[in-house]
Design a protein around this ligand. Sequence first.
Ligand SMILES: [Zn+2]
Length: 277
Amino acid sequence: MEKQNTTKDPVFVSGIALHTGARAGLKILPGEANTGIVFRRVDLPDKPEVRALAQNVVDVRRGTTIASGNASVVTVEHVMAALHAGQIDNAVVEMDGFEPPILDGSALPYYEMVKNAGKVEQDAPARYIAPKAPIFLEFRGTKMAIFPCDKFKIDCITSFGETVLDTQYFELEITEQSFAEELASARTFVQFRDLKQLLAMGLVKGGSLDNAAILHEGAIICKEGLRFSNEIVRHKMLDIVGDMYLTGHRVKGHIIAVKPGHPTNVQLAGEILKQYM
Ligand SMILES: [Zn+2]
């Protein structure tokens, strides 16, 4: 029988936090069997913890924020994607602030961390979750569905109407290898008009072309060129892999996502869990 895994060695990364622009550190430590992914705020008194579960999501506007009591953690999706794809069922993610380092805006540095940590099998069966029946969601311009399937597959379409390059389609069966090769390094991006608003709100102080691509008037502005011709849709799929791990289980199912975003990703994770309540 397939077993749960945790990480072997402690691993640490630090870098600039996207919104505060401050230095942020993140450590991944082994977790006990059946405890799932737990974020721990070591900068707060008594080091409070937040379990990475859909019911603890409190904000989905610019990333996925989880909270419990006075402890919150924003933008958990990239590290969650790396843990989901790396089949790490249990881990403690220690943070010295509410925001993880944005690094290069992709999940690759986090995936490399998980690989560097190594993997230890635990004496408990692996936990998978699959929808019992199809689920359909619609919210603003987003449509999302998940169908029962014995694999984890995503078909995704993005379109922002800013550039001919931003209508993109990609489909992938998600395995550790396909995630590492096809999704992990796809960077986050922002629309220029949103960027102006975010800056006016005092956010994205740590944002730069080192950690995001910008869509502006028909162009994609980024450093070192695009990593994939359809990097945007691949990043959206990476976010889905991360947000679906808020089910607390490795996911099986075939997801069809049209213009996805965190609100519907998290809602979909919650709807699958509801089928088991
Ligand atoms: Zn993202």
